[in-house]
Design a protein around this ligand. Structure first.
Ligand SMILES: [Zn+2]
Ligand SMILES: [Zn+2]
Length: 124
């Protein structure tokens, strides 16, 4: 079913594109300032529809919530385990091949997430 670009849908899409990566709760906090009255359920429904229609993608799962991603090309993530910052990365095929040998059933196309300290957190 094609998506209807309502004002709410446009705002949710623009919010994710502004942040690059955002959880539904971050989207709600930000978007609610621009268009008061948005509910968590509405944001959840809109992001699901935008993902299904290929406008957004599903990023890593951090702290019990899915990160909604503005980058719709296949890619991996670096996640800072201190501040939760998310960065798009592209890991080489060799890493996937190595994982396929070590992790039974690992699918090469799976999105990978690497954790560590980001530059900001290392400076503190
Ligand atoms: Zn950090
Ligand atoms: Zn991403």
């Amino acid at each position: 079913m094609p998506i209807r670009m309502t004002q709410q849908t446009k705002l949710v899409l623009a919010t994710v594109q502004k942040f690059g990566h955002a959880t539904n709760s971050t989207i709600l906090i930000y978007a609610d300032k621009k268009m008061p009255g948005l509910s968590a359920t509405t944001v959840h429904r809109i992001t699901n529809r935008l993902i299904t229609n290929g406008f957004l993608s599903r990023g890593p799962y951090i702290n019990n919530s899915t990160v909604i991603d503005a980058n719709i090309k296949p890619h991996d993530h670096f996640v800072c385990y201190k501040c939760g910052g998310v960065k798009d990365i592209y890991l080489p095929v060799s890493i996937r091949k190595s994982l396929q040998k070590q992790v039974p059933g690992f699918e090469g196309s799976t999105q990978l997430t690497i954790s560590g300290d980001c530059v900001k957190c290392l400076k503190h």
